[in-house]
Design a protein around this ligand. Structure first.
Ligand SMILES: CC(C)(COP(=O)(O)OP(=O)(O)OC[C@H]1O[C@@H](n2cnc3c(N)ncnc32)[C@H](O)[C@@H]1OP(=O)(O)O)[C@@H](O)C(=O)NCCC(=O)NCCS
Length: 195
């Protein structure tokens, strides 16, 4: 699905633009994902595993634009692509099509400015409009910033997958599973003009 473009002012006074990812964004999106994977061990992939070509990324963007319960957003500060986030609905199986899985990546230099919260608020609203009933996600133990953000947006923990990720150095991360039931989403978060 395509989500309406949004502009807002960040905590540091800069302008944030959030919109659906389009074909022209493909190369910048690959660079952004690689950089976040370098800056954080909490993503699913190592940087060397992000090997999409521009045309593969374009196919992914097209799939998100055409799927009724999926959306891929990109966020820009000073015309730089600084964040990517998506909800992926399970539209092929009728028993599962009320659910979507969320992911988000923000470049480290832009953490703590409220970008994550504004992107999530945009996706939550889009998910509701698309008729989704719940958004789910996984977050690795130790990712305090992400846990704080998700709790603030109303997500609750549903369980823990032990040793969900094994790093190259042998360290394990457990994974918190979280869910946001959309009929219980915090309305004032969604209508706050700041978001
Ligand atoms: C997790 C991530 C998406 C957050 O994005 P962000 O733009 O920094 O998020 P926001 O600024 O909107 O909010 C972060 C919140 O966490 C809080 N926070 C930051 N560090 C924290 C810590 N150590 N403990 C608790 N809370 C913390 C911030 O204070 C902020 O809350 P506030 O606005 O109420 O003050 C971003 O850091 C990121 O992309 N990280 C790397 C990839 C990743 O982990 N993705 C998520 C995988 S599940």
């Amino acid at each position: 699905m395509r989500v309406a473009r949004r502009e807002s002012i960040l905590k540091d006074g800069r302008r944030l633009v959030i919109r659906s990812a389009d074909r022209v964004d493909a190369l910048d999106m690959i660079d952004c994902l690689k950089q976040v994977a370098t800056e954080s061990t909490f993503l699913l992939s190592y940087p060397d595993e992000i090997t999409y070509t521009e045309s593969e990324e374009i196919s992914i963007i097209d799939r998100f634009l055409n799927a009724p319960t999926s959306a891929m957003l990109v966020a820009f500060v000073d015309n730089r692509l600084v964040a990517i986030s998506s909800i992926m609905g399970q539209s092929r199986r009728r028993k599962m099509c009320h659910r979507a899985e969320l992911g988000i990546s923000v470049l480290r230099d832009y953490w703590g400015l409220g970008i994550g919260a504004r992107i999530l608020a945009t996706l939550i609203e889009a998910a509701k409009n698309a008729g989704l009933e719940q958004i789910e996600l996984g977050v690795f133990t130790g990712n305090k910033r992400a846990l704080a953000l998700y709790r603030k947006m109303g997500f609750v923990e549903t369980g823990l997958v032990p040793q969900a990720a094994k790093l190259d150095d042998g360290t394990y991360y457990d994974e918190h599973r979280m869910v946001l039931m959309l009929d219980r989403a915090i309305e004032d978060v969604l209508i706050n003009p700041e978001y």
